[in-house]
Design a protein around this ligand. Structure first.
Ligand code: FEO
Length: 407
């Protein structure tokens, strides 16, 4: 049965939720599910903004039928070709054979690569072009690499509505309400929104900044993303744009220390816990993460969230413990940068993890090391504890000086 939700007088939400998906993009756990959003505008022309993942395809077609109310579909705007939004594209153009597909050159090429699609009835647009659909005009804003190279957004000029593709989306199914102002977004969605941002588009901060500059020139009264809730209250939109600004400039969102440890028999964990307790004694908040337990997508998001990071790893196969190595590799792939960091290693006969981690992390942009690398030989003893406390003091001194600078 259809579940069309009215967004404005002539705009309808046609999307759906998948709460059974284990891994989004076969990579990211989504225990709270994910939504695939699509919107229909019913002006003098009918305009569909993107399609959906096949997981919610049946509901989507029921919604589309219902929202059209017997009218034909005039335009299908394709913003992004990733199959979580385009999997049902071919079924739409087959069902509505007179529909005009409105998109850019790169999308048009990908459509032919993904589907046995003739390319018939495609209207190619360029950045800044305007499509009149009756009482309203739709402008196009290109957003390459947010998240693929073909991505664009569209802007419904008379209503101030931005259809933002993946940008401003989040993991987490929506339901009950599709509007951010009717959900406890900060409580229930912010962690997922941050994780979505850093894992999906975090690598492309420069491109996100470029889109934010374009968006700043537009009066935006509503943001309709392809995942997660719709934004329609000006103060909420400003708050979320502010988050994107901080995230895309690679700035810490919060002051705090994230301690990431890799431990086989618990001794490196013990060292990390002692460091956390020593920091707490100095009045510095720290959070600990076992990199073998917490999913790397969460580790990545939390590393970007905080101002300070500690990497603590046991030595394994003469190298960095595999889960820590994987985490560091993911941080590098997402252009992690601009943080204070400290190191702790463990090794029972030949500690190597510290120097190898230093070689990796020191090559990233604007990274500043605090304190000396602490070496634990098998387990923490009196002298090692002193070194851990000295490291905590070095981190705390920096943390407090930054705090005073900003106060
Ligand atoms: Fe939601 Fe890049 O696709």
């Amino acid at each position: 049965m259809q579940n069309v939700i009215q967004v404005t007088e002539d705009l309808f939400y046609l999307g759906g939720n998948d709460r059974r998906l284990a891994l989004f993009e076969s990579a990211f756990p989504v225990p709270r599910g994910v939504s695939y959003n699509s919107y229909l505008l019913t002006d003098e022309k009918t305009v569909l903004f993107d399609t959906v993942d096949s997981a919610v395809g049946e509901l989507f077609f029921e919604n589309l039928d219902h929202a059209l109310g017997g009218r034909d579909l005039d335009y299908l705007i394709v913003h992004h070709m990733e199959p979580d939004h385009s999997a049902t594209f071919l079924r739409v153009v087959e069902k509505y054979p007179s529909v005009t597909v409105v998109t850019n050159q790169k999308v048009a090429m990908m459509l032919k690569n993904y589907f046995p699609f003739s390319g018939k009835n495609v209207r190619l647009i360029k950045e800044g072009d305007v499509l009149n659909v009756g009482k309203r005009n739709i402008c196009f804003v290109f957003a390459p690499m947010v998240h693929w190279p073909e991505v664009m957004m569209s802007y419904l000029k008379e209503d101030g509505i931005l259809f933002s593709a993946d940008a401003f989306g989040t993991f987490g199914a929506i339901g009950g309400s599709i509007f951010a102002d009717e959900l406890p977004f900060e409580r229930d969605f912010l962690d997922d929104a941050r994780r979505y941002y850093f894992n999906i588009v975090g690598k492309y901060g420069v491109q996100v900044q470029s889109v934010l500059k374009k968006a700043a020139a537009l009066p935006i009264s509503m943001i309709c993303p392809l995942h997660g809730p719709v934004w329609r209250r000006s103060e909420d939109i400003a708050w979320y744009l502010g988050k994107y600004d901080v995230w895309s400039r690679y700035l810490p969102e919060e002051k705090g220390v994230a301690i990431f440890y890799a431990s086989v028999y618990g001794h490196t964990q013990n060292a990390a816990e002692i460091l956390g307790a020593a920091l707490a004694k100095e009045g510095v908040p720290a959070k600990l993460y076992d990199v073998s337990v917490t999913h790397v997508s969460i580790l990545l998001s939390e590393a970007f969230r905080y101002s300070h990071a500690v990497f603590a790893s046991t030595t394994y196969n003469n190298g960095i413990f595999v889960n820590m190595e994987n985490f560091l590799s993911d941080l590098k792939a997402h252009s992690f940068q601009g943080r204070k960091y400290s190191l702790l290693e463990n090794g029972s006969w030949s500690p190597q993890a510290g120097s190898l981690m230093e070689k990796t992390v020191s090559e990233w942009k604007n990274m500043e090391k605090l304190g000396e690398t602490v070496t634990v030989v098998s387990s923490v003893k009196g002298e090692t504890r002193e070194k851990i406390e000295a490291l905590a003091a070095a981190i705390a001194a920096d943390y407090k000086s930054e705090k005073e600078d900003k106060s």
